[in-house]
Design a protein around this ligand. Structure first.
Ligand code: HEM
Length: 497
């Protein structure tokens, strides 16, 4: 049931718990007294530094608000905002969450230092077994910042110019299998396509060449590591999904390492992300190890995978619902690129302004990352409240981006609201689908390029409609809010246009 090391760890921790010397009895007593005092202070709503945020009560011990929040998190947060204001706390599965709602309250997270509101403490357990050691949340934040800078170098305009034909080619190739007309699962299709496009554009041709069904399954197993269970429980526990994740991690790393060695031996290497990482150095002058490069490549793939496939699926459904808008997007495509067989290039993407606004509005109403989270390590004061260490401090783009006080017609899909650039910037953190501050996304431009290229092909090829007028419900059971039953209807547009 346990591996040797985890069994030893298990024995050690059991030993630690059962071996109660006089010293440890004193320690336990002191801890109990301190905990009781802390609980009393929480009930009184005071910390050493000031008033605590209002706490939403629950009659269910330990689980707390888990069921209400889990069933419809956005409605829960908006109702709490109405009742308690922009800063409030609640308990779920034994943890206290403090949400900061709206632009002003959100400044606390986005302007904070990592040592005060910490990302590794909340994301590390989930991410490190998937990406591996030595990267992202497994290293001190200044090192991760250097790694992000290296990745940004690989996301340059000259690289984007080469990405567009790669993505176009993969999209045309993939959608051949859809034929002329029919009904199909658009989310599944876009998820599969985006693994191919991202792997080709961001990993390079050597890794793309290895991408067969077996490797796709390994990626799925790795990805299966991103579950609430993995966030809540230690990674060494013997759950099948944890074991699959760990096996997949070892195999994927092996495949990537081989590709890196092949690239290092290539006398005429491509100028791409992989090459950028191979040539990158830390400030200290040290180069990235193969292990660090493989971790960063896994990170690149998975950071963009669900975020982009979910966003593009919602975009397809919004266009299928608002047919007039879809026709305008199609007209724009004809003007910018020509008929459905004409190629698309990087410069043309900039002229697809209506498509751009549709994507922006999709990211407003359906941002894939529903909550950004940090662990409060030192007392933090905002709007007259002091958040004590131990709270998980959260900002939800989904909530900020549909607050009636910040957004006119907040629940309507109105892409033209972004014609006025002030709309998104009127309040600094009212629109944050890619986050802000030191943890801000580095993949925004790539995501726009990828999704716009895919839609340039799809909208010129097909007319999309809802099936029986069904616009998908949001699936709140997944960590990223995907569309439920995402079947779309498509009809081939005439080649002669
Ligand atoms: C529609 C697509 C995407 C959306 C909506 C999105 C959203 C986000 C958000 C909200 C964050 C901030 C997380 C936080 O503060 O806790 C983030 C961070 C990040 N994203 Fe993205 N992302 C997208 C695509 C991508 C892509 C394509 C890549 C890579 C090519 C990428 C790489 C990253 C990285 C490296 C971070 C930094 C995490 C940190 O510093 O802690 N993302 N993203």
């Amino acid at each position: 049931m346990f591996s040797d090391t985890s069994f030893e760890q298990f024995q050690e921790s059991i030993g630690g718990l059962t071996d109660l010397s006089t010293g440890s009895i004193t320690l336990v007593t002191t801890t109990l007294v301190l905990s009781a005092a802390l609980a009393y202070r929480q009930l009184c709503g005071k910390t050493d530094h000031g008033k605590m945020p209002p706490h939403i009560p629950s009659s269910i011990p330990f689980l707390g608000q888990a069921i209400s929040f889990g069933t419809s998190p956005i409605e829960f947060l908006l109702a709490a905002y109405e009742k308690y204001g922009p800063v409030f706390s609640f308990t779920m599965v034994g943890k206290t969450f403090t949400y900061l709602v709206g632009s002003d309250a959100s400044t606390l997270i986005f302007n904070s230092k990592n040592e005060h509101l910490n990302a590794e403490d909340v994301y590390g357990r989930l991410v490190t077994p998937v990406f591996g050691k030595g990267v992202a949340y497994d290293v001190p934040n200044p090192i991760f910042m250097e790694q992000k800078k290296m990745l940004k170098t690989g996301l340059s305009i000259s690289h984007f110019r080469t990405h567009v034909p790669i993505i176009e080619h993969e999209t045309r190739d993939y959608f051949e299998r859809w034929g002329l007309d029919g009904k199909n699962n658009i989310f599944e299709a876009l998820s599969q396509l985006i693994i191919l496009t991202a792997s080709h554009a961001l990993h390079g041709k050597e890794i793309r060449a290895c991408l067969d069904e077996h490797v796709a399954q390994l990626y799925a197993d790795l990805d299966g590591g991103f579950t609430p269970l993995a966030w809540l429980l230690p990674g060494w526990l013997p759950f099948p999904s944890f074991r699959k994740r760990d096996r997949a991690h070892i195999e994927v790393k092996k495949i990537f390492r081989k590709a890196i060695q092949k690239r290092r031996a290539d006398p005429n290497p491509d100028d791409d992300m992989l090459q950028t990482l191979i040539e990158s150095t830390y400030k200290s002058g040290r180069k990235l190890t193969d292990d660090e490069i493989t971790g960063m490549l896994i990170g690149l793939l998975l950071a963009g995978q669900h975020t982009s496939s979910t966003t593009s699926s919602w975009l397809a459904f919004f266009l299928a619902k608002y047919k007039d808008l879809q026709e305008k997007v199609f007209e724009e495509q004809k003007q910018v690129c020509g008929n459905s067989s004409a190629p698309v290039d990087y410069d043309q993407l900039k002229d697809m302004q209506l498509l751009d606004r549709c994507l922006k509005e999709t990211l407003r109403l359906r941002p894939p990352i529903m909550t950004m989270m940090r662990m409060c390590r030192t007392p933090q004061t905002i709007m007259g409240y002091t958040i004590p260490p131990g709270h998980q401090v959260c900002v939800s783009p989904t909530t900020n981006q549909r607050l009636p006080d910040a957004w006119k017609d907040f629940d309507k899909f109105l892409p033209d609201r972004f014609i006025d650039p002030e709309v998104a910037n009127s309040e600094k953190f009212a629109y944050v689908p890619f986050g802000a501050g030191r943890h801000r996304c580095i993949g925004e431009t790539f995501a726009y390029i990828q999704i716009k290229t895919i839609f340039s092909v799809l909208i010129r090829k097909y007319k999309f409609s809802l099936v029986d007028n069904y616009f998908p419900e949001v699936n709140y059971t997944t960590m990223i809010h995907t569309p439920t039953n995402p079947i779309i209807q498509y009809t081939y547009r005439d080649h002669s246009v």
